[in-house]
Design a protein around this ligand. Structure first.
Ligand SMILES: *Cc1c(COP(=O)(O)O)cnc(C)c1O
Length: 363
């Protein structure tokens, strides 16, 4: 047996550790612990990566999504269409503005079905929040076309997909606003909580800057109610170091995905990358018959797996009592998904072992 961890968040690379500690020390030395120079530098680089004019660093991906929606004026009496399958933060951000989340079905790629989203549009609909789930870019061109036709905003929940691209255009460059998470599990990860928002609209940018600091301008005048949600300078400093090696990390994940595809495609449903897309594999998620027994079997072989996410957002107790939407395909698929170890630290040998155990399970 061979242990195959789903994730390993320890910093084991001595070079990386040294660079991070030096960056932390620089922040200790200048003392600007909030809104320090590293945050500005990160925001500039982040915006450039997304080919956007502006980026606003915030304290988490949840915060990023909530502020994104508020910056567009979304609130009570509005409906916002999103996917059924995501981390609950997506629906919560919508609900916390006072708007009603409306849950669209998913396609076999685990992403929002544009056709389903179109069917759910009503006179109350103000925005669509597609998620690039698992780091796989959704059918963003179709979503954007539907939104344009009905004068709706598009807010990309790109929490799992920084640096993914479609026809060479990066995630985050498609919506009116896009939000990102850099929590420690994400491919582009801080050493704690962090998030970011990008946009091209100067008025939206001003609102976002205000929203992340109690709805104030010039620190003292409050123009709208808000909470404090700024990114720590320390996290920005850490992210600047990690941005340098991000492409290599993504390449490793894409390589691992290739290995699994080749070893598993005939026994389970493996993720399919569309021709014009470059996915980043936040998770490598298969769809499998007899999923729960497969997961137990892999656990017994010391292969750590995760079901991300086991409960559809519309089925969560917080939403189930007054749910709006349609999610027939999602209800079927949610019982088949399983994410297997694909973090950048695992080796070809571990991938072969995991694949061999999956094949063994299916006899
Ligand atoms: C991680 C994640 C979030 C929330 O980000 P946090 O930084 O954990 O608050 C939102 N949406 C999706 C799809 C995510 O994966």
């Amino acid at each position: 047996m061979m242990k195959v961890p789903f994730l390993d968040l320890r910093i084991t690379d001595e070079t990386e550790k040294r660079l991070l500690l030096d960056a932390v020390e620089r922040v200790f030395d200048h003392g600007r612990l909030v809104m320090g120079p590293e945050l500005n530098e990160l925001e500039e680089k982040f915006a450039a990566c997304c080919r956007r004019k502006y980026a606003v660093g915030v304290s988490s991906g949840s915060d990023a999504l909530f502020h994104s929606l508020r910056s567009l004026g979304i609130g009570p009496d509005d409906e916002v269409i999103t996917t059924s399958l995501s981390w609950i933060a997506t629906a919560n951000a919508i609900a916390m503005t006072g708007a009603t989340p409306v849950f669209a079905d998913i396609d076999d790629d685990l992403n929002i079905s544009p056709q389903s989203a179109a069917r759910l549009i009503t006179p109350q609909t103000r925005a669509i929040v597609p998620v690039h789930y698992t780091g796989k870019i959704c059918r963003i061109d179709e979503i954007a076309a539907i939104a344009a036709q009905h004068s709706l905003f598009v807010v990309e929940d790109a929490a799992q997909a920084f640096k993914a691209s479609f026809k060479g255009q990066p995630v985050g460059s498609f919506g009116d606003v896009a939000s990102f998470s850099m929590n420690p599990m994400k491919v582009f990860a801080a050493c704690g909580e962090a998030g970011c928002i990008v946009t091209d609209d100067p008025a939206v940018y001003d609102k976002l800057v205000s929203l992340r600091y109690n709805g104030t301008v010039n620190r003292e005048t409050c123009i709208m109610p808000g909470l404090n949600g700024r990114m720590d300078t320390l996290q920005a400093a850490i992210l600047l170091i990690r941005l340098e090696r991000l492409n290599a990390l993504i390449e490793k994940r894409r390589l691992i995905a290739d290995w699994y595809n080749e070893l598993l495609a005939d026994v389970v449903t493996t993720p399919v990358e569309r021709d014009d897309c470059r996915d980043v594999y936040y998770t490598y998620t298969i769809q499998a018959d007899d999923r729960d027994n497969l997961a137990d079997f892999l656990t017994s072989r010391e292969i750590e797996t995760k079901i991300q996410h086991p409960i559809l957002m519309p089925d969560q107790p917080a939403y189930a009592h007054k749910v709006k939407g349609e999610f027939k395909n999602a209800a079927r698929i949610v019982n088949r998904i399983l994410s297997i170890p694909a973090n950048e630290k695992i080796t070809r040998q571990q991938v072969e072992y995991a694949a061999q155990c999956i094949r063994e399970f299916y006899g």
